[in-house]
Design a protein around this ligand. Structure first.
Ligand code: PMV
Length: 317
């Protein structure tokens, strides 16, 4: 059997994180230059049913039997086998690498799950389609996040910009022009599950929280129009509005605010945290001519890593 390569992209949430958990709409973008990659090789010389897993990015070097059954990687493997109707564990070596930080709000856990579903099903000779890959990754996300909206696994398995509502089928949205973005990492890793859990509790105690969630949903709705019509200025304003609402939800942090402030002062059209918050990354919408100045300002403000990506009309193809 040959060595099977597979990969999946990272994602950013343009508008609507957290509110999307409560069935408000959100817009998510794939980041195709940032990827998790896998190689799967036959487990020659291993005892039948043994699976060796190496993920340097998670400091993981183990065999499947030693992982807790609820570990997202164990779930991704099991869900892929279930999807294929395979009851006996195949013998293989899985190695996963990533060129973007995991646990930083860029959809690392969903990208790992999508990569495993794609790679393992291809290795077994029955490559799963997008919907099945998405379902595998959702199962894994449930174990990683507790109550995921499903936006991460959906945008990553499609690798296209989407307008997403939890109870509706996702819609692929076509950018009305080329949009340039910068992602800057605070270097503080965070646990989306904890932030989502805190908000769930607050929402029970304080009726204001649900109102804010709804306002975020309205921003996403407006944002869809700005995105598809290519209205750069309006999209930036909406990202800033979204950030103010995320501040009210108390999911931001000093480090995130510093990076947002630095990006905006250096000329970004809008900036906000992206993903679960309280650490992780910010997303800034920029004009290419200001890119160097904004990157410089972000570095000076303490960004640990900066990534650039673009989304244009062809990203929806
Ligand atoms: O932090 P990430 O990349 O897992 O993004 C989570 C997005 C949330 O809206 C906060 C949670 C969800 O499941 O939609």
């Amino acid at each position: 059997m040959p060595v099977i390569p597979a990969s999946a992209c990272a994602k950013t949430i343009l508008l609507g994180e957290h509110a999307v958990v409560y069935d408000e709409p959100a817009i998510a973008l794939p980041v195709s230059n940032l990827r998790v990659s896998a190689t799967i090789q036959p487990g020659i010389g291993l005892e039948p049913g043994t699976v060796i897993i190496k993920v340097p990015g998670l400091s993981l070097d183990t065999d499947l039997k030693s992982l807790p059954p609820q570990h997202p990687i164990a779930i991704s493997i099991q869900a892929t086998l279930d999807s294929l109707g395979i009851h006996e564990h195949p013998t293989f070596r899985l190695r996963l690498t990533n060129n973007f930080p995991l646990g930083a709000g860029l959809g690392g856990s969903a990208a790992i799950a999508v990569t495993i579903a794609r790679g393992l099903s291809a290795f077994l000779g029955h490559p799963l389609g997008q919907a099945e890959v998405n379902a595998v990754a959702f199962r894994s996300e449930q174990s990683a996040h507790g109550n995921p909206s499903g936006i991460d696994n959906t945008v990553i398995s499609l690798e296209k910009p989407i307008y997403f509502r939890r109870t509706h089928k996702e819609e692929i949205v076509k950018a009305g022009r080329m949009f340039s973005f910068l992602i800057a990492n605070t270097g503080i890793s965070k646990h989306t599950q904890d932030v989502v859990g805190d908000l769930a509790q607050k929402r029970i105690e304080d009726s204001e929280i649900q109102k804010i969630m709804h306002e975020i949903g309205q921003v996403s709705k407006e944002g869809r129009g700005a995105f598809t019509s290519g209205n750069l200025g309006k999209l930036g304003v909406l990202m800033n509005e979204n950030q103010s609402l995320l501040e009210k939800l108390e999911v931001s942090s000093n480090e995130l605010r510093n990076l947002i402030e630095a990006a905006c002062s250096a000329g970004a059209l809008g900036a906000k945290l992206t993903g679960g918050g309280r650490g992780g990354c910010i997303l800034a919408l920029i004009d290419e001519v200001k890119r160097e100045a904004i990157e410089y300002a972000l570095s000076a403000a303490g960004a640990k890593q900066i990534f650039a990506f673009e989304i244009g009309p062809q990203s929806a193809r």
